[in-house]
Design a protein around this ligand. Structure first.
Ligand code: F6R
Length: 248
């Protein structure tokens, strides 16, 4: 079962998550890191940028892979996940742009793009540690409920719940503006990471967190499919942990 760390605030969640990533980079400077986008990891990226600036945390040999990208958006679009990563993290650290891999949402052949992504992960020896968020419906990456445990990187459709969550003003203003599809690493792809760190903050995530940790192992809650991972840690704030019944 995942290890669970419950923090008082989302600032504390970010500090803990960034410390885990910093330790990883210091012990293996050419680490392969998996990243997520969305609101939840923003403070973690700010903390990693701070550690780079103030303590010289060195990203010069690090390679990164992102979970997903909206289908149809190019990397210059301000809602694309490539743009997000450049804006929130990459431009603030000394990572080499050619060592950052974000799926291309405008690829002519999505299947080839997804295959190339998986091949590249294998070529660099697999992901050392993957940072995840969780959707209100329990999704991880854009693996919506029902996604198989052995799913691979592919073109997926977003559920209405995800479209609504991403058009509440934080990102898109209007549900009609949210792309209906995305390229997403599969659950099988993510589960192959040697270490996984899932972050959740806020009460909207409380049901999904309870289902992921205390419900059955089922594709109905994709995050529950991390229950049997060898090295998985959930870092939660007290609001996201508020519906857990067990003591952690
Ligand atoms: C983003 C991703 C998604 C988000 C999830 C939570 O790359 O893969 O699974 O982690 O939708 O998003 P936020 O953090 O915005 O609540």
């Amino acid at each position: 079962m995942p290890k669970v760390i419950i923090c008082k605030t989302d600032d504390e969640v970010a500090k803990k998550a960034a410390a885990i990533f910093a330790k990883q980079i210091r012990s293996k400077p050419d680490s392969v890191l998996g990243f997520a986008t969305g609101s939840t990891p923003e403070k973690t990226y700010a903390e990693l940028a701070r550690l780079h600036k103030t303590e010289g945390l060195d990203f010069s040999k690090v390679r990164t892979f992102n979970l997903d990208e909206y289908w149809g958006l190019d990397g210059d679009h301000n809602q694309s996940y490539r743009y997000f990563m450049n804006d929130r993290l990459f431009k603030h650290i000394n990572i080499k742009p050619w060592n950052t891999f974000v799926l291309d949402g405008t690829a002519v052949n999505p299947m080839l793009e997804c295959k190339a992504f998986e091949t590249k992960i294998l070529a660099v020896g697999g992901v050392d540690i993957w940072l995840l968020g969780i959707g209100n419906n329990g999704h991880i990456a854009f693996n919506e409920p029902g996604s198989p445990v052995d799913s691979r990187t592919r073109l997926v459709s977003l559920t209405q719940s995800t479209i609504d969550a991403n058009s509440d003003g934080r990102f898109f203003k209007n549900p009609a503006d949210v792309p209906r599809c995305a390229l997403s690493a599969g659950i099988g792809t993510v589960r192959e990471a040697r270490k996984i760190v899932l972050l959740a903050t806020g009460s909207k995530k409380a049901d999904a967190i309870a289902a992921a940790l205390e419900g059955p192992f089922t594709p109905d809650c994709p995050a529950s499919l991390l229950q049997d991972h060898k090295d998985c840690t959930f870092i939660l704030d007290s609001a996201a942990a508020s519906k857990l019944k067990k003591k952690y």
